[in-house]
Write a protein that binds this ligand. Sequence first.
Ligand SMILES: NC(=O)c1ccc[n+]([C@@H]2O[C@H](COP(=O)([O-])OP(=O)(O)OC[C@H]3O[C@@H](n4cnc5c(N)ncnc54)[C@H](O)[C@@H]3O)[C@@H](O)[C@H]2O)c1
Length: 160
Amino acid sequence: MAASDKVNIGIVGVGGRGRDLLQSYGKINGVTVKYFCDADNASLEKAQGIALKMGIPKPAEVSDMRRVLDDKDVDAVVVATPDHWHAPAAILAADAGKDVYVEKPASHNIREGRLSAIIRKRSFLNFGRRDPHRAGGAHHQVKVAPEVPIVPWPVTNIVP
Ligand SMILES: NC(=O)c1ccc[n+]([C@@H]2O[C@H](COP(=O)([O-])OP(=O)(O)OC[C@H]3O[C@@H](n4cnc5c(N)ncnc54)[C@H](O)[C@@H]3O)[C@@H](O)[C@H]2O)c1
């Protein structure tokens, strides 16, 4: 994490919810949306339209979330894919040293939920909630993430 108050993020999944989150994160001072990641070009196009209207710098477009995770300048990842990608994406991101905000539900099955819970103890992982106050808190926590130490956990050794 950079020793500054600037935070670079990538949004993985820029469908309906990802674009809502773009409009929240894109307004936070010091936050740069560096990547849009989506498997569907139509979603990427709609997200770029919103970025343009918001007047923020154009994020790079990728279809494979690993390209976002490979970028050392990315501090945090927002996961707004369909449910079955939530835990895999969050675990991969935490393992790559990123802070994570992941939409609800936290996981698609019990094993993934257990793995995510372990990750949460070791890195900075927030889950999306419908409650607007809690969602606001999660946004705020990502913003202050530079103060939080990140220790990725070797999930491959975990027994379910
Ligand atoms: N917290 C809330 O209030 C709230 C509200 C709505 C939805 N959600 C959650 O947000 C998630 C997304 O919902 P949505 O309505 O935006 O769905 P959506 O289908 O509109 O968007 C999902 C996007 O993810 C993309 N995607 C799928 N697999 C991907 C992958 N492996 N890598 C990159 N992109 C991928 C799809 O192409 C699509 O653009 C759901 O899990 C839903 O439960 C939360």
